[in-house]
Design a protein. Sequence first.
Length: 612
Amino acid sequence: MCGIIGYTGKEKACPILLDGLRHLEYRGYDSAGVAVENSDREDHPIEIVRVKGRLQALTEKTNDGASVEGRCGIGHTRWATHGEPTELNAHPHAAKDRRVVVVHNGIIENFQELREVLTRRGYEFHSQTDTEVVAHLLDAYYQGDALDAIARAVTRLRGTFALGILFREEPGVIYAVRKDSPMIIGRAESGNLIASDVPAILKYTRNVCYVKDLEIVRLTEDSIRFFSIDKEEIQKEFTTVQWDADAAEKGGYAHFMLKEIHEQPKAVADTIHPRLKDGRVDLSELGFEESEIASLHRIQMAACGSAYHVCVTGRYVLEKLTGIPVDVDLASEFRYREPVIEPNTLMVVVSQSGETADTLAAMRYAQQKGVPVLAIVNVVGSSIAREADKVLYTWAGPEIAVATTKAYSTQLAACYLLALYIAQIRGTMTDEAISSHVEELLSLPGKIERLLEEKERIQWLANKFSAERDIFFIGRGLDYASSMEGSLKLKEISYIHSEAYAAGELKHGTISLIEKGTLVVGVATQPQLVEKEISNMVEVRSRGACVLGITSYGNYTIEDHDDFTIYIPKTADCFYPSLVVIPLQLLAYYVSLARGLDVDKPRNLAKSVTVE
């Protein structure tokens, strides 16, 4: 959530800042602003322009950046935490006389305490934000040495932050520092950049460096220097981002979400194919000793949002294929229940961005307890990827739409690979069974492609149900896990109230919510549970519900008990979630479209949740 961009170089800064912010809109925001050094303005050599609402308003206010002069500046899209979304609360924030100007991602937990101290020292506050405290604190410490002021100020801050900073007395220079909130540095031909995420700078460079916690960066037009919190200069290596800049554009699709839904066959293939060799799964990249896998007594999984649903699916698959007990927690709850972590436990965390604050905290908690952590992550160089003991990358490429699709599918694929790999080593599956599952894995991209070809029928169904007030999803076993994701997708982007229930729980209270015309989506793919799921469909239909059934080809009796049926190709029982999710994603997309909503940027949500 929130987005940061900064540029210093040979080109005019404001158009570059606006362009970078456009590529960060997916992170969620409710106001935007830029600060640019403008030497033509003697009264305020750092010009600040801010707006409430969408970035288009900032673009219009600055005439596409043409009306703001200067070649060094910082920009920000804000998602409100402290203070309502107003122009006054929008970033950038400045100290008196704009001697220091700051943009900030994260939350300063002790801002009230610092605000009281600074107020007693004569500083006046004009916003409700925690960020304004940072600007005044830096000003209070600044005695002509910006590096010293930053080092001293950040030691006073509690919470999470990524900061982009301008000092009026150092024209042409941008400073950056972070703690638990992402920040990257880009080196381009025309100058140097800072950003909170890769898509913001892909148009200008793919040569990047990831800033670590409490590292301070000083950028000029032609130099980038890194310092420790002790102000000692350190050397850092730059890496090349493999994403093509075109991959972050819509490519002719109406929305990023639709584009990313259609990219799933390739993303899944890219994730699984390099790890399948001669009918076996090869995860030697993880560096596990076979003895480590053989001695595992338990697997603990933690994640947030859709990644949590991946973990719920992963629990079913891992336990079935490996025989190892698996616990799954919401990352935001994990450490607060003070979990008992046994020896010979493997912690698995899942995150698309690799910056999810609660997941990062859960990982660190486990590591403090002496447990090794395996991270399933999409972003190379992210905080979770750097700090985890082992990393299993998903190769989804950039995902821009707030509601995840292809990242979810590649995370599922990664869980399948992990389960089969552990089963191979522990001998819980025969060679024939492993080979059969590998063959099914290889077929998944083609089967996803077949489902995408039926999107017009899903659109017809979505138009029919777009005016619904409540939609319920039911399933058993893996189908319940799929139902959870389908329900989340729908509520995220259509704003329709939706819930997923384990179908066996209907008579324990939830069936009272069913009334005439209520849409219930019943997922029934698990062979041993199809009859029970159909019974639950009969229960809700007899009470007036309209039932949409999702099942595999061959289960044609379901049509006697539902109103509409979506068939998916047959696959191995444990791989059905990868196919079920496709019509569920399309349903959510087309319902949102029919309701005239912003599919890619749903209200109040952010792509990367970097605060707790």
